[in-house]
Design a protein around this ligand. Structure first.
Ligand code: PRX
Length: 692
């Protein structure tokens, strides 16, 4: 504990600069700084004065409390929610040390609550019934809708009643495969209301990926829609679901019901295929049910949702989150990291198919009675000004997005931004990958007119909520740094041996103790949970990320250190892409690595060896890429296929990815020692074929 406090206490020794003009301006004027780390960007005095956490000292006091007395700190916050029955003692129990037995994390056990009740009924009772809960903006400008908290509750209750009627019970899984319609958060909340466990599958995943998830969690019902427009394209989601359901049925698991929302905005003159007895139109049945529905009270440790994510081995992992701790954690992180106030209008561009959409489109904001913008479309349609058009239209004050979007809009030119007022903006946010300082500056100076702090939030599907994040107004920022830990979070940087390193350093990012929003297991595979996250560095949760800490105690995330790549903020396991590639009949072997990509952060670079006698061709390249799109989804399509006569392997047959990464990024003078390879000549052959 004392080390921890020492790390954050460095904050108090920073020059006090409220209102001071940032060194950032020096950069814009072309003067160079000694290093990025020295660039401090101060919040204005006016901003800090109105913030929940107005100073480093206030943060230090709260942080200290949260570390020294986690039970007391989190109980006080949890008491602001509705509990049918208060939790028992101890408030939390944990074992993060694999050497001491099974890994276990529990918070508020014995407490009975319901997160849907806390998002809706509780806020309505406190006078927010007529407040807008959701603004929906369709793909086409001018197409929109909205729901007040009262109306949202009614919609949720109707669907909850329908689900109960078809036999969905507490603990049953429900798979949701929907685009960003209001029906997506409605479906999540309806499941939560009746204690069902939702598993949202991002609607960009292929039929095969969807089938794999369905077969793993065995839902009674799958909720989808007929089609969706994305930009100028139409995607027939129901066809994808049909294929997935057929695949799953062939493998022995048949879903009882496929509830299909008729998404009018996407209606074309194409008839949706229908399987009588299994398929039902949402609009035909759900609207007939009563608009009130009793709540199923669940234990704080009962599961709330499953969300599949990629790991370093082939099969996606079902990350399981429970109810009570997740509720308290998402609500609290949302409030502080975005300095949320009841008058804010909040827009997060993430899709509910990812964790960001769970914690910071649906649960975190609604628990705070916030008004949330849900956007169905694409950020560059009809043109690259769409985001700022939406910001002005709804008077968005908090805008949360991913670095990849910032970089792609940055390339389109400033006029798309400056054409719009953006005066409503107060806070900007970034998530999904490290934000490079130049994108940070563009976002800060141009989009936010040098007035809006940026919350660069580091966290993961597994962590449930923010772990390392700025608190706007509390301390100066450094472009590209996620800064300091959230309350209750004890990040540590360890070396290869798992020894904590102090002061200025870099190494592997771990967490030392549990926090309420932590995931509790991998669905159906607690052992994999323990080996993946708790065995590399016994005693700690290992994040899979590298991190350094500078002399002022700021944290700088440096990316994944395992075989996971991060493409446009989407997490992809190299093994998943490899297994898709080798399923192609003409592919003998594949090795996939990440390479730097100007817009996506990382791109997918695949080395492929072909079956004996098969020649390379452009058609084959296309067909390999198509195989990956079909098996995983378009977002996982390789950017580059590098034909390989052979792969660099050790004598024991292990592929040396270190060498492949260097070849992929053309750092040919940094190949290192290749003498341990079974056949060192493959390296030269690969280099010769690099740009063919
Ligand atoms: O590498 C880190 C990166 O995204 C990974 C988690 O991916 P996922 O579970 O899909 O969740 C994404 C949204 C929370 C992390 O291991 N990452 C996420 N946020 C940041 C980040 N890297 C640097 N800075 C961030 N702000």
């Amino acid at each position: 504990t004392s080390n921890h406090l020492r790390h954050v206490e460095s904050l108090a020794t920073l020059p006090s600069g409220a209102g001071r003009i940032s060194k950032l301006n020096a950069v814009i004027l072309g003067e160079s700084l000694a290093s990025e780390e020295d660039d401090l960007v101060f919040p204005s005095g006016d901003f800090s004065r109105q913030a929940h956490v107005p100073s480093p000292q206030k943060y230090l006091d709260m942080y200290k409390m949260s570390i020294e007395d986690p039970a007391g700190f989190w109980s006080d916050i949890a008491s602001q929610f509705y509990w049918k029955q208060r939790w028992g003692q101890p408030v939390y129990s944990e074992n993060l040390d694999i050497r001491k037995g099974r890994i276990k994390i529990e918070w508020f056990k014995g407490g009975m609550t319901n997160i849907c009740y806390n998002c809706l009924d509780r806020n309505i009772e406190s006078g927010n019934g007529e407040k807008t809960a959701l603004f929906w903006e369709g793909n086409e400008p001018g197409e929109d809708g909205n729901l007040t908290y009262n109306q949202l509750l009614q919609r949720v209750c109707q669907l909850a009643n329908y689900l109960k009627h078809i036999g969905v019970k507490k603990g049953d899984a429900v798979v949701i495969y929907l685009p960003m319609l209001m029906e997506l958060p409605i479906a999540m909340l309806a499941c939560a209301r009746i204690g069902a466990v939702h598993s949202v599958v991002f609607a960009g995943f292929s039929a095969e990926s969807l089938a794999q998830r369905i077969m793993d969690c065995k839902p009674k019902v799958v909720i989808t829609c007929n089609a969706v427009r994305r930009g100028s394209k139409i995607i027939y989601l129901k066809d994808i679901v049909d294929a997935a359901l057929a695949d799953s049925a062939q493998n022995g698991f048949a879903v009882d019901v496929c509830l299909t929302y008729e998404n009018c905005s996407a209606l074309e003159k194409v008839k949706t295929k229908w399987q009588e007895g299994r398929d039902t139109w949402w609009q035909d049945v759900v609207t007939k049910y009563p608009t009130t529905c009793d709540v199923e009270w669940v234990d704080a440790e009962d599961p709330l949702f499953l969300l599949y994510t990629s790991g370093s081995t082939g099969k996606p992992k079902g990350v399981l989150h429970t109810t009570g701790g997740y509720m308290v954690y998402t609500a609290t992180t949302f409030k502080y990291a975005f300095d949320y106030k009841p008058s804010d209008i909040y827009w997060c561009t993430a899709d509910c198919g990812w964790i960001t959409g769970h914690s910071y489109v649906t649960y975190g904001p609604l628990l705070n009675a916030a008004t949330v913008v849900v956007f169905e479309g694409a950020p560059n349609y009809p043109d690259s000004g769409r985001c700022w058009d939406i910001v002005d239209k709804y008077k968005v004050s908090i805008f949360y997005t991913a670095p990849t979007l910032v970089r792609s809009l940055m390339r389109e030119g400033d006029e798309y931004v400056t054409r719009y007022s953006r005066k409503s903006l107060r806070i900007l946010g970034s998530v999904g990958e490290p934000i490079n300082p130049s994108a940070w500056r563009w976002f800060y100076n141009l989009v936010g007119d040098s007035r809006c702090p940026i919350s660069d939030t580091w966290w993961q599907t597994e962590t449930g909520g923010f772990m390392i994040t700025p608190l706007p107004g509390a301390w100066p920022q450094k472009p590209g740094s996620a800064t300091f830990p959230f309350f209750g979070v004890q990040p540590v940087i360890v070396d290869e041996k798992g020894v904590e390193i102090e002061g200025e350093c870099s190494g592997y990012l771990c967490v030392k103790s549990s926090w309420p929003g932590a995931f509790r297991t991998l669905y159906g595979d607690h052992e994999r949970y323990e080996t993946t996250y708790f065995s590399a560095f016994p005693g700690y949760y290992f994040s899979g990320d590298g991190c350094s800490r500078d002399k002022d105690g700021y944290h700088w995330l440096t990316g994944r250190v395992d075989d996971v790549i991060n493409v446009s903020g989407h997490r992809i396991g190299t093994a998943e892409v490899e297994s898709a590639l080798v399923s192609h009949p003409q592919c003998a072997e594949a090795a996939v690595v990440g390479v730097e990509h100007e817009v996506k952060g990382q791109g997918i670079y695949a080395f492929v060896t072909l079956v004996e006698g098969v020649p390379y061709s452009e058609d084959l390249r296309k067909s390999l890429v198509l195989t990956v799109r079909n098996q995983i989804g378009a977002f996982a399509a390789p950017d580059k296929i590098h034909w390989a006569p052979g792969l660099p392997k050790t004598r024991s047959g292990k592929i040396m990815r270190r060498i492949l990464r260097k070849i992929a990024s053309r750092q040919l003078d940094e190949l290192g020692d290749t003498s341990t390879l079974a056949d060192p000549s493959v390296v030269d052959q690969l280099i010769a074929l690099a740009d063919s």
